[in-house]
Ligand binder design. Structure first.
Ligand code: ARG
Length: 752
């Protein structure tokens, strides 16, 4: 599952029921917490082979993918599969990179992309791959200096300098990138030391008809037949150190790469997933969940749903728009379906009632002693109060951000001109001639810097699409956001256009300097204060931002005591069950989860098997539906059963299920068998367990995995990029001769 990073309001936490089999995204350095159980389930490796600070180990093959130069915000996971830095991840993780390299002439989304030599591998500006060098528990350097009576601000004022010092001391003069993060709601702190590689090139991607087979219809669903993989390669400076793109760079020589098993899987096999899950809310209380269900999801679903509808209309009508909006559409469609599924799952699984029962148990435990009451007595109440207050402010905030400031792309473009506007204004206001000249000079410089970036900003922009988005979003804003948060300008214009939002949109896009690249370019050649200040998109973007600040300050005030309540609640429940091993909520740091290959029973009378096959692709084929087109070449291979060493018993396995506990951010994570070999890539979760980020459901929750043998089949047989197969380490067991034969056939003598 890809990490869903929607926006500003990172509000949420989570709850602990009893940890059940296979639940948990565990901390790598605490491997021994579960090691004996993993051995019983079939793990053959030693702890040192998995997580070692002194030797190369499995963890050295796992890389977090990010668009940041720092090791944070990992949207997906990837793994090294060759001694030359070859990297596997999901197709939907590489989708944005593939999209950026695509045009109607070279539509790599549709046709796939295969570099047939290292020379043809494509750089991706800004994409980074981070590998964890080591981690350490630094709680004792921070937490003893803090106390319960301090406010959140006081706590952070004390923690910040300690964290800065630790980061500096462990970065080895910039060689490593150090992050310190709170775990368990700030009851623990761990330090994560990373090496961040900044030249990550696109090597290969199947066509969407393989990599995204089933599209948004099948997304979050099982049974599934998706070849959800893309291949990248990490490059380094000639001396092996991280570097941004340069022709001189060479493929990474990794400390470790994962061997690949061609032996297939069977139900019950041990499976381990390593990756960077983004966030979960397993310790969420009932009031928070009710808040989400009633006030948080509904506006999100409505606003995103509308935007998707408008985009889709234009994408279907225009192949150019189809490519330009493919990545953004996929991202929002994915979140949108997730919200809907989560709401549905919470209801079906009666999660609110389960949380309420747990909250009650906690309250009972607290009431049993005066010490507990003194320490934890307010935790639940503080949280309940905070959510009651937030429930009044969240809806306006969501509508104001999604349909206002973040509504049309045009407003985002306009927003970028506030720097120039500020300088021009200062220049106008100052009497001092020298000052004036200086400000003008700076404004000019800023304008030419912006001009250089114009082409990139407008590359994936379609004005007609955005104008319709503007009309729809503005209408929703006008109707859903309370009047006190309406920009005056908006009300004035809506009145002027007699509530005709299309007409208003046409006016704005006609009049604004920022609705096409050419107009923006002309404006930047000679920017004037007068023109900016009367630009309708600029006026509206400024007003929306101001109103958004108002809306979020109300929201923030309501959430004052929340963090403290959450921290104490977490501490309390860990005290309540002192013998239980707790795992912290996901926080975009390296975790492992363990489980086994297993199907499930989605409803009475139905058993979903653990595996799908290529014939399932053929069964779903629908040449009239873009989501279910099957490429001709794939059909030919299927008809000839030309599966090479990747098929089994005349069948090509495609996807399978495991019981591993994963979430967004784990997309692309390696699924590893008991011998430490790669057997697949995790890429999704199943519809029946969409409430899983809030409460894990052992009976239903599954990880959907693309079988590594399907990936290799596509690379080798479909794309013919055999050079890639040659650099991997493939393990295939020899067929075992049966006993009689073994006894009568003379053994081959090594060396003869
Ligand atoms: N549900 C998957 C995830 O969250 C994304 C799958 C992308 N596919 C799609 N049809 N949008 O990682």
């Amino acid at each position: 599952m890809k990490k869903i990073s929607y926006f500003l309001v990172a509000v949420f936490i989570s709850i602990g029921f009893q940890v059940k089999a296979h639940e948990g995204m565990w901390i790598p350095m605490l491997l021994r917490q579960n090691f004996a159980e993993m051995q019983r389930m079939g793990l053959k490796l030693t702890p040192e082979q998995i997580y070692s600070v002194n030797h190369s180990s499995l963890k050295d093959a796992i890389a977090g993918l990010s668009n940041s130069p720092n090791p944070q915000g990992f949207f997906c996971t990837s793994e090294i599969v060759s001694s030359q830095g070859l990297l596997f991840t999901n197709h939907h993780c590489g989708f944005e990179s593939v999209q950026k390299h695509s045009s109607v002439k070279h539509d790599y989304l549709k046709d796939g992309f295969w570099a047939m030599s290292q020379k043809e591998e494509l750089p991706n500006k800004g994409l980074t791959a981070s590998i964890l060098v080591r981690m350490a528990d630094v709680t004792d350097s921070i937490v003893p200096k803090l106390s319960d009576t301090m406010s959140r601000q006081q706590r952070s004022a004390i923690a910040m300098p300690i964290i800065s010092r630790l980061k500096k001391a462990n970065s080895e003069n910039g060689k490593y990138n150090v992050v310190i993060k709170p775990y368990f709601e700030g009851n623990k702190y761990y330090m994560l030391v990373y090496i961040v590689y900044r030249d990550v090139r696109l090597v290969g991607a199947p066509p969407s008809s393989i990599g995204k087979f089933g599209g948004d219809t099948d997304n979050w669903m099982w049974p599934r037949q998706t070849g959800d993989f893309t291949i990248f390669r990490i490059y380094t400076a000639p001396d092996g150190s991280p570097a941004t793109y340069s022709e001189k760079n060479i493929p990474l020589k990794p400390k470790y790469h994962l061997p690949i098993s061609l032996n297939g899987i069977k139900e019950g096999d041990f499976a381990m997933v390593w990756g960077f899950p983004g966030s979960t809310n397993r310790y969420m209380t009932a009031p928070e969940l009710e808040f989400r269900m009633e006030h948080y999801f509904p506006p999100l679903i409505e606003a995103f749903g509308k935007k998707l509808e408008v985009w889709k209309k234009h994408m279907n009508a225009n192949p150019d728009v189809q490519i330009k909006y493919a990545s953004n559409y996929a991202m929002i469609a994915n979140s949108w379906k997730y919200f809907i599924g989560q709401m549905r799952g919470v209801k079906k699984q009666h999660v609110v009632a389960k949380k309420a029962a747990f909250d009650k148990r906690f309250a009972q435990w607290v009431s049993e002693s005066p010490e507990r009451q003194a320490k934890y007595g307010d935790a639940l109440k503080d949280m309940t109060d905070a959510f009651a207050a937030e429930s009044k402010t969240i809806e306006p905030l969501i509508y104001a951000s999604i349909t206002g400031a973040q509504g049309a792309e045009l407003l985002g473009f306009a927003q970028k001109y506030s720097g120039i506007e500020g300088l021009l204004k200062q220049a106008k206001e100052t009497k001092d001639k020298a000052q004036k000249a200086k400000k003008m000079e700076r404004a000019k410089k800023m304008a030419s810097a912006m001009e250089e970036k114009l082409q990139k900003s407008y590359k994936d922009y379609d004005m007609a699409t955005d104008r319709d988005v503007f009309a729809a979003m503005t209408k929703m804003f006008f109707e859903k956001v309370p009047e006190n948060l309406h920009p005056e300008y908006l009300d004035k214009m809506v009145k002027k256009y007699k509530n005709n939002f299309d007409a208003f949109a046409s006016y704005v896009f006609e009049k604004s300097h920022f609705s096409t690249e050419a107009k923006a370019k002309a404006f930047l050649a000679n920017p004037t204060l007068k023109e900016i200040e009367k630009d309708p998109a600029f006026i509206l973007s400024q007003a929306y931002m101001a109103k958004l600040m108002d809306a979020s300050s109300g929201y923030r005030a309501a959430s004052g005591k929340l963090a403290e309540g959450k921290r104490l609640f977490m501490e309390g429940i860990m005290q309540m069950e002192p013998h239980k091993a707790f795992y912290p909520d996901a926080n975009s740091t390296l975790r492992y989860s363990y489980g086994k290959v297993e199907g499930y029973y989605p409803q009475d009378g139905i058993h979903d098997l653990f595996q799908t096959h290529l014939y399932g692709v053929m069964q779903k084929e629908d040449s009239t539906n873009p989501e279910f087109i099957v490429p001709k070449k794939l059909k030919e291979l299927y008809e000839k059963k030309d599966y090479g060493p990747y098929g089994q018993d005349g069948k090509q396995d495609v996807n399978f299920l495991t019981t591993n506990d994963i979430t967004g951010g784990n997309s692309g994570s390696p699924v590893i068998n008991g011998n430490g070999e790669l057997i697949g890539l995790a890429f999704d979760g199943n519809w029946e367990a969409m409430s899983g980020d809030i409460a894990y459901i052992p009976k239903l929750q599954r990880t959907i995995v693309v079988d590594i043998r399907y990936i290799l089949f596509v690379i080798d047989k479909y794309a013919g990029d055999t050079r890639l197969i040659d650099e991997m380490t493939l393990h295939k067991a020899m067929p075992q001769p049966d006993r009689v034969e073994a006894a009568t056939t003379p053994a081959a003598v090594p060396g003869k």
